[in-house]
Every structure is written in C-alpha cells, then in structure tokens.
Design a protein around this ligand. Sequence first.
Ligand code: AMP
Ligand code: GLY
Length: 416
Amino acid sequence: MRILVVGKGGREHALVRALAESPGSPELFCFPGSDAIFELAKPVEADGLESLVAWMKSNAIDLCVAGEESYLVKGEGLANLCGKNGIPCWGPPKESAQLEASKEFAKEFLVRNSIPTARATATDTLAEAVAAIAGEYPTVLKFDGLAAGKGVAVCPDEASAMSFLDEVFSQRRFGPGRVLVEQCLTGPEVSVFAAIIDDQYLIFTPARDYKRALDGDLGPNTGGMGAVASRQLVSQEILAQIEQEIVRPTVDGLRRENLPYRGFLYFGIMLTPTGPQVIEYNCRFGDPECQAVMPLVRGDLAAFCLAGANGELRADLIRFGTGWSVCVILASAGYPENSRNGDAISGLEKITASRVYHSGTQRTADGNWETHGGRVLAVVAGGSTREQAVTQAHAAADLVEFDGLQRRRDIGILNF
Ligand code: AMP
Ligand code: GLY
C-alpha cells in the first residue's frame, strides 16, 4: 500500500509513525513533511494542491491521509480533488470542512441539529459585537475563520474584549471576517475523536489538552503544551452521553445535510454542570492529542484508514490500549508570542523507552537537530497507570536540552 500524508507537524509525525508500524509496512510519502518525517516517509515535491494530486495519480498512491486542516479548504479542497481523480482520501471535502473553517457554519449546524453548545450571536461590526455582549462578562469572542489557534478570546472584562475586537475589526489581524459573541461555559474540557465514515463512526481514546503556556494552567493560550489520553479520562456514563447527545446527532446531521464525511472529526467538548457541550469541531486529529493517542492504537491503522476512505468501517482492524499516555511538549524561546529557530537540541539519543515526535525541528548540515518552530518536540510515554505514564514522560523530557526550552511540569498531573 502506498500512502501519502499531508502536513508537517508533530501530529503528522505521530500519524506517519502509526501508519509505518501497521502490519503491511506501507510505503509512505509526505507533503510538505519535515526532516523528522522524512526518516519514515519520502518527500514529495509539489507546487500547490493540483500538482500534489497529479503526483499522487501518476505515482499510484492508494490513500491520501489529510493531517493538517488547511489543505482541506484550500482551492478546490484536497479531498474534493482526490475524489475527482479517483484517489481515496481520509479527510472530508471542502463543504464539510466548513465545520472547522467557519465557526458560524459550525454553530448553525449545531443549533439545527439540537446538539448542546454555547449560545452565540454573529456580528459584523464593533458596535454589533458590543451590543451582543450586552455588558455580560466573562464573554467568549471567536473570529469566524481559520486563525491558527489565535482566533478565540475568553474575555474576563470589557478591556480584554475591546482589545480583541480592535484587533479583529480595526487592525484586521486575521483578515476580513465576522466575530461570534458566545456565552462563556465552565467545566473541564475533553477532546473526543471519532473516525466518521458516512453514517457510521468509531470513537477513539479520549484526550485532554493543556492549552495554557504555564503550570497551574496559567499564562497565554498556546497550540497545546501537552496532552493526556486514556479511556479512563471520562466515565462510561459521560462518554455514553457524549456519544448519544453529540457524536451520533453530528453524524446524522452530516448525512441529512448532504455533507459527506470520511475522516477524523475532533469534538472539543466542555463538561459543564448541565452536561457535555460542543465548544468546537475540527476536521482532523488534535495536536498534541494525536501524539498521546496514537501510541495507544493497536492493529492496522493503515488498513483501517484505507477501508474508511473507501466507505467501509472496519472496527475489527484496530483496538485501543487500556492504559494511560502522556505527551509533554518542549517549546522554543518566545513561544507562543513568537518562536526562536536555530537552537541546538541535545539529549535525544538518551531517550530509549519513550517516543519522541518532532513538531518543529530541522536537521543541521552536520546531522544534528535544531529548533525550527514554536512547539519543538513531543515526548510521549505510556503506562498502565496515570502515575507511571506521567513519571516516565517527564523523566524522558528531562533528558532533552536546548537554549530557551519551555515546558510545563504539570502535564498529566494537573486534573481539571
Ligand atoms: P478553540 O480555538 O475554539 O478551541 O477555543 C480555544 C479555547 O477557548 C477552548 O479550548 C476553551 O478553553 C475556550 N473556549 C472556547 N469557547 C468557549 C466557551 N464558549 N466558553 C468557555 N471557554 C471557551
Ligand atoms: N489541541 C488543539 C487542537 O489541535 O486544535
């Protein structure tokens, strides 16, 4: 089997590794990839989506796996172009990927399908946004478009709300677009991933992301400073409620609204005092949740995704480990405001019993690794208990050094 994975981050490194470990030893390719991914998958040179899909066609690719969301909605859409060319794609077409690309589209879908979610009003101007907030704080403001994880502000007061609205409407930091003014929910968050294949689905091991930069869940929001994954993270009862009130109605809604879907769907959920509610959909796996979940996946992920892209749910091909998995992110100096490239990384060879996925690294001319991005590495360990996984992941992370390294010490420990 010849598989091409699209993306370049730690999530894609974890996906490529899980596919590489599939029993049939598939031949792997990646675009655009990274130096670390190139150790497992051959790089593909392409100048845009059309040329990428043409390359897939002329190189007999059996399956395209969409890791990163941006390609799903670019131009004609990665899955749409694959479909036109007869290439099975694990990832939804552009029209369905609006669930992630447009927060307003997602909110309307949720409301139409009676799926629990925070109340929201779409606004076009500063004055409309102020009217919608109506002096009620805290409030949540969301830019209606892809904003690389920076488009959401949880505002405790008027000053923080005005500053975000100024960035969106006056400075146009994210380009043109509306703002959703949303009711602020409270409760622990959980990331639930389902493989969706038309009217069927399979729920993967739930995970929790540590979004804030600093210990104690303080500091600015980041792309995620670590994650923990386990079946035991959420009780059977709550997981059943999530399935019944959120996952099933989403799958039914997609069918009813003629939104084709074959791929991973990420449900960002808040466990509020009145029950689980959807915060967001993403049409992909989470990053860094993927790095925590993939080591728990057993069986044949490659065959599972190929069957799924061809419309068949083969739940018999994979199963999930029962233990715990903890992922600690090592970030570069300046993250999340900016990031510093070119700091030499040492100690990677000392990690033997844990997995390391590369999120933002580059090989130097002399074959060493250096930082090349905000989130640099994901160090992942498993264990039959949470304590074991936590201890091992942090001990392994202790072995890696680079100038300006930032990391949280409470990943897997802090429970919220
Ligand atoms: P998102 O980019 O949609 O994942 O949002 C980033 C973070 O903002 C989420 O993980 C939540 O912690 C927070 N958030 C988003 N929507 C809400 C909401 N309605 N109430 C409270 N917090 C929210
Ligand atoms: N971990 C958050 C995300 O992937 O969007």
